[in-house]
Design a binder for this molecule. Sequence first.
Ligand SMILES: Cc1cc2nc3c(=O)[nH]c(=O)nc-3n(C[C@H](O)[C@H](O)[C@H](O)COP(=O)(O)O)c2cc1C
Length: 201
Amino acid sequence: MDKVKRLNIVNSITGIKPGNLIGTISNDNFPNLAIFSSIVHLGSNPALLGFILRPQHKVRRDTYNNILENGSYTVNHLPNHLTKNGHYTSVKFDKNQSEFEYCNFKKYYIDGFKAPFVKESNLSIGMKFMESIPIKANNTVMVVGCVEHVLVNEDALSDEGYIDLEILKSSGISGLNSYYKLTKIDSYPYARISELPDFKK
Ligand SMILES: Cc1cc2nc3c(=O)[nH]c(=O)nc-3n(C[C@H](O)[C@H](O)[C@H](O)COP(=O)(O)O)c2cc1C
């Protein structure tokens, strides 16, 4: 099969991935913002998230370098109306060129936390770096971090703590260049055998 077509298929087969912007800052104060679709929940207690970083020995990786420098980063949901801006944060800008500026995102900081948050995002997470796990099979790294802050638009947060991604207008990603709106279908209770619906009715 054609190499590019094969790559595109493989990038898309897992279905929808979350669209997030990772915000970081270097110790010499250059902020950085980049789109990542591989953020994954690792556990809730302790609250851990991971993401996969592509091989980093050949190209400069500002996000990763900044995380290693000061141990803090933010994960910000990509809002529906800014998918194009978010996409272009993947451009290889120089270290001193801020994606916040070039792609028109506003940054803000909270007390006692080094990395910048994205103002336009309806859900942002302040993360503390924990460990990097090398994946030998393809020279990628899983970056594991601990959730320190969750800043969420309260309209989308239920009393039980559920978060409605449709209200947040968060985006999904397929492959490396297609962006989706998310529509909530329904919510179901914890699945117990004693409450199994009769699906044949
Ligand atoms: C839709 C999309 C999803 C991406 N997801 C990832 C990812 O999960 N991991 C990764 O290492 N790079 C990913 N990238 C590439 C990074 O955004 C790109 O390498 C960026 O330049 C990294 O910025 P930095 O060098 O400032 O860290 C993705 C790019 C796009 C367009």
